[in-house]
Ligand binder design. Structure first.
Ligand SMILES: Nc1ncnc2c1ncn2[C@@H]1O[C@H](COP(=O)(O)OP(=O)(O)OP(=O)(O)O)[C@@H](O)[C@H]1O
Length: 953
């Protein structure tokens, strides 16, 4: 009922009882109510209230409500007129309160005003027989839980509101019309031949109905192709099938309803606001009606008052106000999400931070079927609703036969069709479908990664028969070993020369590697083991096996210091072998090797006079040519990455012409040699969780050393907060250790003090002051800015015991082996990752001496995170913790994590099983056709997905 009609009926009732002479005049005035401006209305309402004996109109409404609620026929009353709507229209304004009525001064009256919130249209929507409301009332139960509440959505952010886009889009529409026609033509043509390339890798500009401006916007956000767009996945869904029936203030909820009014209101000289009222109706089933809820017990309607405020004179002009209010039309079916605040009037809620979007026919149908409603993250200023709309358009261009995955693989691994997967992730019918779709898309991300790695590895081999053997080897997961008696004599002698016996795990690792070395295909193996477990000797033994058959070995390490350490260790072990004749010649090649010396080394390698070379990156330089490189050991694999590993493969391909001549002279087949890539044994001291290892090294077999050399006891670990008491305690522990004959590492996060980060301790600064605490003991300094001789000298002095305290940076993290170092203190431990700290801790406890490690944290917040190191000394466990806490980037460092592609949907820490399956699927595909000739669609898809760097080019 119109408000004026209500007033008339109210007045008539009153007049029939009243003898007041002016009642007839008032009735006439009520007839003209809709033509009055706001101020006149306010005055009139006050006058009428006063005549009827109320203080003001608010008083009238309140009392009338109370009276009607107490009558038995309350429902009829509500059908007659909804008071809450009157009160709730502008809850900040008390109707009839003259001081606030000026808010309406600028609102155009008559027809224009009627357009803003015509009571009849409210009536029409709210009455059960109204056609528009009928449309709305179909949207049953439309207050939905968002599970989990999407934390990422910041409704206050301007980009969350698509109003601006809509406005601009409409302005743009005309000017783009011509371009659009052209584009539509093009897209029609493209749609005619739906191949995998044409569908997913079609440019975004081919999407029908997309304006040029929208395309630019999308491209600005990186959405160049349909694939990119479709890989913008929803981060959560509103579970419409299990909607919350209770609105809780402050909770993120989603509604679907009908726009009842939209008004741009000037509220002052430089203040305006937009108020959109959305009516939502809920159909309670029997069970729901038993629940006492916030909607009130009788009416099933709620009214959302969406408010957006504007400050500034320019926002108070009519054109602006008109433009903002015209974005939402009465009768529009919209979805609204955000946090609600209860208003005084029952069933009325206010939302000041919200997202609103128009629902098209499909969305409305989806709502009727209670399909999950996808929430998209915004991107590059593009609002979720805009993206959702474009994604829907892109989905329409997909074809059912676009899936490049062979049917057999799909069946074997129980995968959805790709078309269904894209539909299922973006427009799922239920949450189960969304989860199946997610599984298929994760599978794809992993599958193409594995396929790419394995394909590239096979590609490097060249001979089909070798490829098959290699694939067989990958498929065969049995542990294959060669027993010690079948090791070569040189390997056995080297083993005997070791000052200790191998642990069972070490022995097994060597046997496994030797088995692999005897295969006619290149080995690609990752040797993993916890810090200090003795990987180096295992690698040396593998080198000996290769050298014994007349080939060469290269041992690449990440730092010069480590190269020297390994070189010296190897020389000392070889000395023990005795019998100079069979002792292999060993060389060192680093950046600091003198040019004369390096010339000799290069020549020795080229002529085959040097059997084993230890060095840094220098080993993969162009000028380094081997006579017959058969194994490349890469220590600390994650510091190098796939590219460098790949470079060893190319060593033989780029053999010098002189070498080729040599081979010819020797009568060897050039082809065989040229295509024989060396075996690669990569070592990782950062235990990499299995999933991550597979993602990174899907083309590698894995050997693990699972035990530690005997006599090792776990390093006692303490996490202490940096403060005066903490320092004193640690210094005392250090003094005790020195008195007991131990050696102490003091590790710093930085070399020199930083003004930006004053809380960080620096090695050089402390080197001036710390020694005072340890009088009588020499202290040394080691950091990356020292020359290689200085570093060598510092480490040598520490090793020999000349210095007993070594202040160092994290340079010591990798491979430094001082077996009698018995204590480590890490300053500002909060700056390091868990896996990194575990590595550092591994520098002590490498001998038989009981050792301890102290992690000092300058923030108490980090203490809990660090405490995991007190509880565990299992590198795999800790690496997993790091992976979950900080992601692969932090676990592996930038260099290696750069080789993990971005997975838009998969998560390495939870989707390990799918990764494993994808690995098997890739093996299966390549087993059927190792050059993918039989699967042209797969090949095309692979080339679209795999950037070359991942393939090691
Ligand atoms: N079986 C063994 N018995 C006793 N000591 C051993 C054994 N194997 C290795 N070691 C010693 O253990 C120490 C650590 O070995 P090594 O440097 O090979 O370990 P690693 O796994 O390469 O360590 P990191 O991960 O720190 O690089 C060395 O001093 C080495 O001599």
């Amino acid at each position: 009922m119109r408000f004026s009609n209500f007033l008339r009926s109210k007045l008539l009732t009153w007049c029939s009882r009243s003898i007041h002479g002016s009642s007839q005049k008032l009735l006439e005035e009520v007839g003209d109510y809709s033509t009055l401006n706001t101020s006149e209305r306010s005055k009139f309402l006050n006058k009428i209230s006063a005549f009827m004996g109320y203080n003001n109109i608010q008083d009238l409404v309140e009392q009338e409500r109370a009276r009607r609620q107490s009558t038995a026929d309350a429902n009829d009353v509500y059908e007659e007129f909804d008071f809450s709507l009157t009160c709730g229209r502008f809850p900040c304004i008390k109707l009839g309160d003259s001081s606030l009525v000026e808010l309406y001064d600028e609102v155009p009256h008559a027809e224009e005003q009627a357009n803003l919130l015509p009571p009849e249209s409210c009536n029409e929507y709210l009455s059960t027989s109204g056609t528009k409301w009928e449309k709305c009332s179909k949207l049953v139960g439309t207050c939905y839980s968002v599970n989990p509440p999407p934390a990422e959505i910041n409704p206050s952010s301007p980009m969350e509101d698509n109003s601006f886009v809509i406005q601009l889009d409409s302005l743009e529409a005309d000017s783009d019309a011509e371009g659009k026609v052209e584009e539509e033509e093009t897209s029609k043509n493209l749609l005619e031949s739906p191949t995998i390339e044409s569908v997913l890798d079609r440019t975004i500009r081919s999407l029908p109905g997309t304006t040029r401006r929208q395309c630019c916007q999308l491209e600005g956000g990186g959405f160049y192709t349909v694939r990119k767009l479709l890989h913008h996945f929803p981060h959560t869904y509103a579970d419409l099938a299990n909607a919350w029936k209770k609105i809780e203030a402050g909770r993120y909820v989603m509604f679907v309803g009908i726009v009842l009014s939209s008004r741009g209101i000037r509220a002052g000289k430089s203040f305006s606001f937009l108020e959109v009222i959305v009516g939502c109706e809920f159909q309670k089933n029997e069970e729901d009606s038993k629940i006492e809820d916030d909607y009130g017990t009788d009416d099933k309607k709620i009214y959302l008052h969406l408010k957006k405020f504007f400050r500034g004179t320019r926002f108070t002009y009519q054109p602006f106000l008109k433009s903002i209010q015209s974005k939402y039309n009465e009768g529009d079916c919209v979805n609204v999400s955000g946090k609600v605040k209860k208003m005084l009037a029952e069933g009325h809620y206010e939302m000041t931070e919200y997202i609103i979007g128009n629902l098209d026919k499909e969305d409305q149908d989806a709502n009727e079927q209670r399909m999950p409603y996808p929430f998209y993250p915004s991107k590059a200023g593009m609002k979720p609703n805009f993206l959702a709309d474009i994604i829907s358009r892109a989905l329409k261009t997909l074809t059912i036969d676009m899936d490049p995955m062979p049917d057999e693989i799909r069946k074997d691994f129980n995968l959805l069709n790709l078309y269904d997967a894209y539909m299922g992730i973006h427009h799922p019918k239920n949450l189960n479908e969304a989860s199946l779709a997610r599984r298929r898309l994760i599978f794809d991300e992993f599958f193409y990664l594995q396929l790419g790695r394995l394909f590239q590895m096979l590609d490097a081999i060249g001979i089909p028969i070798e490829k098959e053997k290699l694939l067989d080897k990958y498929k065969n997961h049995e542990l294959n070993t060669v027993c010690v008696k079948d090791w070569s004599d040189l390997t056995k002698s080297f083993r005997k020369a070791l000052p200790f016996s191998l642990t069972p795990s070490q022995q097994n690792a060597v046997s496994e590697i030797i088995w692999d070395l005897k295969r006619p295909v290149p080995m690609n193996r990752l040797l993993q083991g916890d810090v200090g477990c003795g990987k180096t000797v295992v690698a040396f033994l593998a080198c000996m096996e290769v050298i014994s058959s007349g080939f060469q070995a290269a041992f690449m390490v990440p730092t010069e210091m480590l190269a020297i350490q390994h070189y010296e260790l190897l020389l000392s072990l070889l000395e023990n072998i005795g019998g100079t004749e069979c002792t292999p010649s060993v060389a060192l090649l680093t950046r600091s090797t003198s040019s004369k010396q390096s010339r000799m080394v290069l020549k020795g390698l080229q002529m085959g006079e040097i059997a084993l070379v230890i060095g840094t990156h220098s080993l993969i330089a162009e000028k380094v040519e081997f006579s017959a490189l058969r194994i490349a050991v890469i220590d600390e694999q994650h510091r190098f990455g796939v590219i460098q590993r790949g470079k060893f493969n190319s060593k033989l391909y780029s053999a010098s012409s002189s070498l080729r001549m040599n081979w010819r002279n020797l009568g060897d087949s050039l082809e065989d040699k040229a295509y024989m890539a060396p075996h690669v044994l990569a070592m990782s001291a950062t235990p990499i969780p299995r999933t991550l290892a597979l993602a990174l090294f899907g083309d590698m077999s894995l050997t693990q050393i699972t035990d530690l050399p005997p006599g090792r006891s776990p390093v006692q670990t303490f996490v202490i907060e940096e403060n005066e008491i903490g320092f004193e305690k640690v210094f005392q522990m250090m003094r005790d250790e020195l008195i007991a004959g131990g050696k102490v590492f003091l590790v710093y996060p930085i070399i020199v003090e930083s003004e930006q980060l004053p809380q960080l301790h620096a090695a050089t600064a402390d080197f001036q002051s710390i020694p005072d605490n340890f009088r009588g003991y020499q202290c040394g300094l080691l950091h990356g800015r020292m020359t290689s001789d200085e570093k060598d000298d510092a480490l040598r002095k520490f090793r020999t015991g000349e210095t007993r305290v070594l202040l160092a940076t994290q340079l010591v993290e990798i491979g430094v082996d001082v077996p009698d170092a018995s204590m480590m203190v890490v300053m500002n431990a909060e700056r390091f990752g868990i896996a990194q700290l575990h590595q550092l801790r591994g520098r002590v406890g490498r001998g038989e001496r009981k050792s301890k490690c102290v992690f000092l944290s300058s923030t108490s917040a980090a203490l809990n995170r660090l405490k995991v190191l007190e509880r565990s000394s299992d590198g795999f466990y800790l690496a997993n913790a790091d992976l979950i806490l900080r992601g692969p980037g932090d676990l592996l460092g930038k260099k290696q994590s750069g080789h993990i592609p971005e997975f838009p949907i998969a998560r390495l820490d939870v989707d390990g099983n799918i990764l494993q399956e994808a690995h098997f699927a890739a093996l299966k595909v390549l087993g059927t056709s190792n050059d993918l000739q039989l699967f042209p669609k797969l090949r095309a898809e692979l080339s679209m997905r795999q950037p070359l760097c991942i393939l090691g080019d």
